[in-house]
Design a protein around this ligand. Structure first.
Ligand code: SAH
Length: 216
């Protein structure tokens, strides 16, 4: 599948939509303009790829809405070369956006099929994050600490293990809440035992689930 002028044109419109909704960060808008979102979705959904909406990617999961991706990315305040942990690789779209901003991405997925699929897709588009199959609740202790941690599924609470894996001065962004509504939460680690928490509006994500799809 290719990236045509039509796709590029639709992408420009999507950038305008996201901008109108309040995203001002130029680098994030440029990243959305660059990443071919239609290639992250099943062929049947191509016509919807550049609508500002979430869509199914199989296994009951979704590719996040571009505005949501932009909001989470903006809150993370990504700088080049930062080490970023993403929980919930899913389609790989959010990881691609992070890499467009120069981040070094470590990404974990609990669904075996999604994990396998994205490992062909992303490198094929020139994106090479470090892929992990596992339970994001545990994070990646052997690769910690991280400058930034991003959870792209709804957590009913902030996972303690992930707070420990955040650098002092680092930021974590996580939608916290139950089914149907979560509050976008930014946590800044101010000191060894000092975490500052703030809320940034309501969103809807698929739930964060512990364990992996094959039960390990
Ligand atoms: N960042 C993705 C969003 C996918 S939706 C994208 O840009 O497309 C959320 C993803 O989180 C799903 O793929 C789901 O399987 C995954 N997930 C849920 N709980 C998880 C956990 N405990 N560990 C790792 N991944 C998890």
């Amino acid at each position: 599948m290719e990236d045509t002028f039509r796709h590029k044109g639709l992408r420009k419109k999507l950038v305008e939509t996201v901008k109108k909704k309040g995203i001002r960060d130029k680098k994030i808008l440029e990243a959305i303009n660059k990443v071919p979102r239609h290639l992250f979705m099943d062929t049947g959904f191509i016509n919807f790829a550049y609508k500002d909406q979430a869509f199914p990617i199989g296994e009951g999961q979704t590719i996040s809405q571009p505005y949501t991706v932009a909001c989470q990315t903006q809150l993370l305040d990504i700088q080049r070369h930062e080490k970023v942990l993403e929980i919930g690789t899913g389609s790989g779209y959010q990881a691609a956006i992070l890499m467009e901003l120069g981040a070094r991405v470590y990404t974990i997925e609990r669904h075996r099929n999604l994990f396998l699929k994205v490992q062909t897709l992303l490198p094929g588009l020139g994106y090479r994050p470090n892929f992990f199959y596992g339970d994001g609740f545990k994070g990646l202790p052997s690769f910690a600490p991280f400058d930034k941690i991003l959870i792209t599924a709804a957590a009913t609470y902030v996972p303690e293990e992930l707070l420990k894996q955040l650098k002092v001065g680092g930021r974590m962004v996580v939608p916290v809440g139950g089914m149907g509504y979560q509050e976008m939460t930014l946590i800044i680690r101010k000191g060894e035992n000092d975490y500052e928490r703030s809320n940034h509006g309501g969103f809807v994500f698929v739930p964060m689930v512990s364990g992996t799809s094959n039960g390990k």
